[in-house]
Design a protein around this ligand. Structure first.
Ligand SMILES: Nc1ncnc2c1ncn2[C@@H]1O[C@H](COP(=O)(O)OP(=O)(O)OP(=O)(O)O)[C@@H](O)[C@H]1O
Ligand code: SF4
Ligand SMILES: [Mg+2]
Length: 377
């Protein structure tokens, strides 16, 4: 049985954090112009014939202690972005700055230091754990690799099991196949915490759990964040969960950031037509508010050859000639984390779009489905 962690297991965060070098105002992570194109090879010589533009010129910041939600349709590049942040794959371009220190640059922090500070929890809780190790050994593995004595690492692992609501005497000696999905994900969270990271990247970490277990794990994440001074990047398809857990939300479309801002502003007054359509696509439990026509029709375009100008223009009800010619800019999202910005010509009064300067809320919604469908065909 899974026990909920109680307050007595953890002390509240003491004022000030010894690891905090730049103060609260300095973002924990600054991402600038990150790019990853996957080569597609073919022909008898297996030459590069095309590229999947999975992450294309992505910039944003993550503030200390916040939860940044990342949403977007399947294939828009969320997991690739997460893996690039963790340096689990090489980036083509771009820079990362962790609490003021450039990552993997002269005079910056090393990849090893970054990975100690930043850990990731994946959706597939089973394959993330070594099936041949009892869970206490899986959790202790990271600290031992970083030079902690095995006995000390196991004591720490048992403490972490308790923090995630699993009694170490009952669960520590079990193997992954002897745990439920929710319990495995708790072990994965404990394992991610074993090196005392400052940031967790949670990539669909609760998506495979049933709703009651999902709620428990979300509560656990909130509890750990408060008590361990953590910062989260939370990636999910579930827009309701993202709204529940996030302080700010970043919306991706076809490898790019199209909107970023505080969660309430994104959900109540989105600025980008894609964000609005995405939010309107979320399933509504209230029968009075169910929608007949899906606001987002057609698949996203091929990321090998995305549309010119604005990548959303083939599905956007407000697309005009300027949208085909010029790529809308996101603005200075990396420098102004509190800002609510969107990469759409309508948000720029001098962009040359006929609706420029108007709010999205003042534009007709009903035009969207037929025009988007016509454009997509
Ligand atoms: N190793 C790879 N080689 C080639 N293309 C890849 C590779 N990994 C991802 N891609 C492509 O990059 C794009 C982004 O994939 P990614 O997994 O980041 O999307 P995602 O937003 O996480 O999707 P989902 O919501 O389904 O998890 C997709 O078009 C995918 O097919
Ligand atoms: S830039 Fe044009 S096509 Fe893109 S979202 Fe705005 S109005 Fe639509
Ligand atoms: Mg993914």
């Amino acid at each position: 049985m899974t026990a909920q962690p109680t307050e007595r297991h953890l002390q509240p965060v003491p004022p000030g954090d010894n690891n905090d070098r730049g103060g609260k105002a300095q973002p924990l992570l600054i991402v600038q112009n990150l790019q990853k194109y996957f080569p597609i090879r073919g022909g008898v010589l297996n030459r590069k014939v095309a590229e999947v533009k999975a992450v294309d010129d992505v910039s944003f910041s993550v503030m200390k202690g916040e939860t940044l939600g990342i949403v977007g349709e399947s294939g828009c590049g969320k997991s690739t972005l997460a893996r690039l942040l963790m340096h689990l794959m090489p980036r083509d371009k771009g820079t990362l700055v962790f609490d003021g220190d450039p990552v993997d640059e002269p005079h910056g922090i090393t990849l090893r230091e970054l990975r100690r500070n930043m850990q990731m929890v994946f959706q597939d809780s089973y394959s993330s754990l070594n099936p041949r190790l009892p869970v206490v050994d899986s959790i202790a593995y990271g600290p031992t690799v970083h030079g902690v004595a095995t006995s000390e690492a196991k004591i720490k692992a048992r403490g972490l099991l308790e923090k995630v609501g699993l009694r170490p005497d009952l669960f520590g000696g079990r193997y992954p196949h002897e745990l439920s999905g929710g319990q495995k994900q708790r072990v994965n969270i404990a394992r991610a915490l074993a090196l005392d990271p400052r940031m967790l990247i949670l990539d669909e970490a609760v998506s495979a759990l049933d709703k009651s277990v999902e709620a428990q794990v979300l509560n656990l994440l909130g509890y750990l964040k408060r008590h361990l001074n953590l910062t989260y990047i939370f990636i999910s398809h579930d827009l309701h969960v993202v709204q529940y857990i996030s302080d700010r939300v970043l919306v991706m479309y076809l490898g790019q950031v199209v909107e970023i801002g505080p969660v309430d502003r994104i959900y109540n007054a989105p600025k980008h037509p894609y964000t609005r359509a995405l939010l309107q696509s979320a399933l509504e439990i209230d029968p009075e508010h169910r929608i007949e026509t899906p606001p987002l029709v057609g698949d996203p375009p091929n990321p090998i050859n995305p549309p010119s100008g604005c990548r959303f223009r083939t599905r956007c009800p407000y697309a005009e000639a300027i949208c085909e010619r010029e790529t809308p800019k996101l603005g200075k999202a990396a420098e102004n984390p509190a800002e609510h910005v969107a990469a759409c010509h309508i948000t720029n009064p001098v962009a040359g779009h006929s609706m420029a300067g108007r709010t999205l809320q003042s534009l007709p919604v009903e035009a969207s489905a037929p025009r988007a469908l016509a454009a997509a065909l």
